[in-house]
Design a protein around this ligand. Sequence first.
Ligand code: 5GP
Length: 122
Amino acid sequence: MAYDENNIFAKIIRGEIPCDKVYEDDHALAFRDINPQAPTHVLVIPKGPYVSSDDFTEKASDAEIAGLMRAVGKVARDLGTVADGYRMLSNHGRDAHQEVPHFHIHIFAGKNLGRMIKPVDS
Ligand code: 5GP
């Protein structure tokens, strides 16, 4: 899947659409999700044009990958989520219901998040 330069997160990176920013460095941008699923729900995204975790882990440089993961850890610490816990999650593709085609890692925290996923009934 080719990267769509007009996806919503590309526009946020370019500053064409506002976001509630919590962190930014050379490789990553973190901002609050517009439709939070937990008291703390932040998205951490690479600044480079990667569609999903598959694209990112295949094509991004080691510096970009390290930068993104360092940013996830820093954001979780800065938001005070480490002591009680947080969940990081990334959706790739149809079955995972990825909505925005720019790689992003969700950070959820601020309440008991329950078990990871519901039992599969198929
Ligand atoms: P996905 O389903 O792709 O893993 O998650 C996409 C996330 O992006 C959703 O949680 C959705 O609420 C969030 N989102 C979609 N559009 C915007 C936006 O314009 N601004 C922000 N801050 N979050 C958005």
